[in-house]
Write a protein that binds this ligand. Structure first.
Ligand code: NAP
Length: 306
């Protein structure tokens, strides 16, 4: 099947690229491994996306973006891309079930996946107390004690959200300063259900059928302690989804795709946008801007090359 543009990844960058490409009357296909929406769907409440002064549920925002792009002609299918190869200017895209697509241009918006702590018990208790998504799993911990690991926007925002359910949320951070937005810090510091454990790392997640305790080490004093919790939410950043690209486009030392200001990668006709791209600010607002830019760059590339 032939398309003008194939967009790989259905988060805000991909859906916006699809919206702009469809409105430019390119025959456009978006391929998404899971459900459209990307990481936004795992965010309970989004407060910094303009136009929603009271905030908006992450899943709802994603649904609206998807509906808007589809309304203008974007086709969306579910599938995992395993290979991209070049045949002159034509790009061949292969899915894990063997389906193949041809495109004049590709926009890579594959986003990122949660980084793992890589400690004892993390694998064993995944889905049994170890979680990477407060929106998905928070309600299981009503009245319980739980922990969040990390000090960035995700950790602090989700810790605040989790206090809707949990009696106590320990935030375990490896330094004594948070990295998150100041407004989130203010809310967290004034929330009586949040208790900070500073300068500390989790060394082991312990339990029987599910998580029951965390073994913690203070990295300044060397002091070891054990806290009783029923769940641990890990928010220590994300790694980009670039494994399947294998030398197709330039990637930096942290595995993010490098682009110029037009979202062009090192491969002509292949563009990248959103969290998979090397950039200073990873936000929904920046992802949608880049998605629009990538789509318009694809329009220009096709006009000039086909
Ligand atoms: P992040 O900003 O990379 O923060 C990761 C946090 O985890 C940091 O506090 C880091 O500690 C800690 N960390 C990293 N590796 C660790 C390890 N091995 N053990 C223990 N702690 C570790 O990640 P994020 O919070 O997920 O945010 C990702 C991006 O999305 C950011 O650009 C963020 O601004 C954006 N985001 C924005 C919002 C919002 O606007 N409300 C919400 C969510 C995410 P150090 O501080 O010591 O490095």
């Amino acid at each position: 099947m032939n398309y003008d543009v194939v967009i790989i990844g259905g988060g805000p960058a991909g859906l916006t690229a699809g919206l702009y490409a469809s409105r430019a009357r390119l025959k456009s296909l978006l391929i998404e491994k899971g459900l459209p929406g990307g990481l936004v769907t795992t965010t309970e409440w989004v407060e910094n996306y303009p136009g929603f002064e009271e905030g908006v549920q992450g899943a709802e925002l994603a649904r609206k973006m998807e509906a808007q792009a589809v309304k203008f002609g974007l086709e969306i299918i579910q599938g995992a891309v395993v290979d991209i190869s070049l045949n002159g200017k034509i790009k061949n895209i292969t899915l894990d079930d063997g389906t193949r697509y041809e495109a004049k241009s590709i926009i890579l918006t594959t986003g990122a996946h949660p980084r793992l702590l890589k400690i004892e018990g993390e694998d064993k208790f995944r889905g049994k107390g170890v979680s990477y998504c407060a929106t998905c799993d928070g309600a299981f911990y009503r009245g319980r004690k739980i922990a969040v690991v990390g000090g960035g926007d995700s950790a602090v925002q989700e810790a605040i959200f989790l206090t809707k359910f949990a009696e106590i949320v320990y935030v375990i951070h490896r330094r004594d300063k948070l990295r998150s937005e100041k407004i989130l810090q203010e809310r967290a510091f004034s929330n009586p259900r949040i208790k900070f454990i500073w300068d500390s790392v989790v060394e082991k997640i312990a339990g029987d059928d599910g998580v029951s305790a965390l073994h913690i080490s203070n990295i300044k004093t060397g002091e070891k302690s054990v806290i009783d919790v029923h769940g641990i939410f890990i928010y220590i950043g994300y790694n980009p989804n670039t494994e399947f690209l294998k030398g197709l486009v330039d990637i930096n030392g942290d595995n993010y795709i490098t682009t110029d200001e037009n979202m062009s990668t090192s491969a002509p006709g292949i563009f990248a946008a959103g969290d998979v791209r090397s950039k200073p600010l990873k936000q929904i607002t920046t992802a949608v801007g880049e998605g629009a830019t990538a789509a318009m760059s694809a329009v220009k590339y096709i006009e000039e090359n086909f």
